[in-house]
Design a protein around this ligand. Structure first.
Ligand code: ITT
Length: 191
């Protein structure tokens, strides 16, 4: 019995506490418990999938446990999909104000958040799951919820930014929700 319960516990490797809270909210509702470890893993050059595949395999082998990692980013069409895989670095350097400056004369505000979850166990090959949410970039930041680019991003069909939505609401349809839900559906079938 306890083995069965343990088998549903997965370690989420990330240094970002916002991601942990969001992921716990999403996966707990889908019957999967998450532990958190800020183990770190080498972020190789490549797209989100490459980073997640490598990171999940590296961390599961190192920890000797099943893990998930997540690589995410904001992709802005008019900026040739910048900051994309550089989202973390750009958030720390240019920040939201810098992005708004780059977008000051830009009419096409289309952007999407993408999230790729990588899952791996010590003895298996890694799997990846992509989630995307479409939207647009505001002309000014708004909202105090969420983190990083959330006050800039208005999801399609909404008037409010992710920064104005409480976690439970963002979790209903965010990029992270979609990638984690895909993962959870696949995981349920693994027996
Ligand atoms: P770990 O790699 O340790 O998981 P991180 O924050 O560096 O944490 P990423 O490498 O995936 O995560 O970087 C993605 C960046 O994209 C993140 O730091 C934010 O700046 C941004 N980002 C990703 N998801 C976001 C979200 O839901 N809301 C706002 N910004 C987000």
């Amino acid at each position: 019995m306890s083995e069965k319960i343990n088998s549903k516990i997965i370690t989420f490797i990330t240094g970002n506490p916002h991601k942990v809270k969001e992921a716990q909210g999403i996966l707990n509702n889908l019957g999967i418990s998450l532990e958190h470890a800020d183990l770190g893993y080498p972020e190789i050059q490549g797209d989100l999938e490459d980073v997640a595949l490598y990171g999940a395999q590296y961390a599961s082998r190192r920890l000797g446990k099943p893990v998930i990692v997540e690589d995410a980013g904001l992709f802005i069409k008019a900026l040739k999909w910048f900051p994309g895989t550089y989202s973390s670095y750009v958030q720390e350097t240019l920040g939201n104000k810098g992005i708004l400056k780059l977008m000051s004369d830009v009419e096409d505000r289309y952007a999407e958040f993408r999230s790729v979850v990588g899952y791996c166990t010590p003895k298996t090959e890694p799997e990846v799951f992509l989630g995307t949410v479409k939207g647009r970039i505001r002309y000014k930041e708004k909202g105090r919820y969420g983190f990083a680019y959330d006050p800039l991003f208005i999801p399609e069909g909404y008037d409010e930014s992710f920064g104005e939505l409480q976690r439970v609401e963002k979790n209903r349809f965010s990029h992270r929700r979609k990638s984690l839900e895909k993962f959870a559906l696949w995981y349920k079938d693994q027996g």
